[in-house]
Design a protein around this ligand. Sequence first.
Ligand SMILES: Cc1ncc(COP(=O)(O)O)c(C=O)c1O
Length: 422
Amino acid sequence: MKPSTTPFTALTLAQQQLDVLDANLLRRRLKQTQSPCDVAVTVGGRQLKAFCSNDYLGFANHPKLIAAMAEGAERYGVGSGASHLISGHSQAHDLLEAELARTQAEHIDEARALFFCTGYLANITAITALAGLGLQAAKQNAGISIYSAKLNHASLIDGVKLAAAQTKAAVHLFDHTKLADLNNMLQADSSSHKLIVTDGVFSMDGDLAPVADLLAIAEAHDALLIVDDAHGFGVLGKYGHGILEHFQIQSDRIVYIGTLGKAAGVSGAFVCAHKTLLECLIQKGRPYIYSTATPPAIAHTVLASLRLIEGEEGQARRAHLNQLIAIWHHELQLHHWQMSSSMTPIQPLVLGSNAAALSASKQLDEAGYWIPAIRPPTVPEGSARLRITFSANHSTQAVRELIAELQKIEALVYTASETKAV
Ligand SMILES: Cc1ncc(COP(=O)(O)O)c(C=O)c1O
């Protein structure tokens, strides 16, 4: 049969969508790397200095973890073969979950942990299953409410949307810097089951959620507090246990989520909560129940990463990261681009328009740097930015060279625009 020359509807719609993205400078492009994730990366045959990964501790290409991955594959093979509740749950998963629970044991009473393929999946599972706990009461019109921080990561936003669609929960957004408003909203809420959902470290800004204050509000209104510490686990706290260790918080109403593909350098995520809540995730968390288990070799590698995170090497790497952050704040002087007060390895420079962020990213590329422009919907409209991230593998000199380059580019861009305006 001859192929039709007129495009079918979906193809036309897809092309229209791509045209709109192009017109708004919002089309994203995949870039292929030809070397491991590290601070120097080969991209399209060129070596670039990367300041854009979430490999904060520089573990993604660590020889001990490469050896652990090989050992894990030798011991357990390369695939799990099935979902956890069928036959995919191995000894490696159990060993890892016990160790992950130990990292939060001082902060969550009767802590138990569950390992997931990705943070996205962990968030969707946790929010839908935990919102679902209120379904019985909601049938008697008692209602479910979810309070979600406005700047939460997309995976939390999607988890909240899915939970609302499944449970008819009412969704309220809150500003994590204005907790009195959150308190007032909860005060007026008569729902019988309430969740508060927040990033631990806000992924595009680098600031910390005020977890102690959020917990106080959760306690006052009998809500469950879900903290996604994707960017805090491995980075915050003396032992790298994350934001609860950092703030020395202890409660059984916190559900802690950490990811393992960022500072831990490998892949996956975990949810840690009181053992009764966690058992409900296993029983009711559909994305968990219906996904093939992560290869046990990955769990085995994360276990090795955990030893590095907690040990002397992890502690030294966190101290070095803090030194890089201090240099950044003391030495970077910008006049137009907005710096952040973030004290984490996430250091955004907000440029505003998509065009400005794309242009700065291009000029950095020409100078040998890899720092993509971050645009909506990842960040709010009008706040396109360079999201600069540090890794413990960056030297102090590398950070100083980046500072000099950024100052040069900012001055050039603004001299050019002022000349044009005259
Ligand atoms: C705050 C936050 N939560 C969750 C995720 C998703 O984690 P994963 O990449 O493991 O799916 C990310 C990923 O960037 C994130 O930034």
